[in-house]
Design a protein. Structure first.
Length: 81
């Protein structure tokens, strides 16, 4: 995991260092206006990027990891169960 969010970086691509096969780049969380149920609402959004070495990890597995991460970060109580 590489985190540059503390420096105000919104998104970036992290470089994989051997012997690792993936690295998750975490950007800054920032408040934004979104549309929820047809009305504007405030939400805190954060960008993450997963870099994968395709010699070791298939892209589908990387996408599944990001989907699982998204589900857990949106509903952190699920990590306690």
């Amino acid at each position: 995991m590489s985190n540059l969010g503390m420096f105000g970086i919104k998104s970036f691509s992290a470089i994989i260092n051997p012997p690792h096969a993936t690295i998750l780049a975490v950007g800054a969380a920032e408040p934004r206006v979104i549309v929820k149920d047809g009305t504007p609402a405030a939400a805190t959004l954060m960008r993450v990027t997963l870099s994968c070495d395709h010699r070791a990890v298939d892209g589908v597995l990387g996408a599944q990891l990001l989907a699982a991460f998204k589900g857990l970060i949106e509903k952190p109580a699920g990590m306690l169960v």
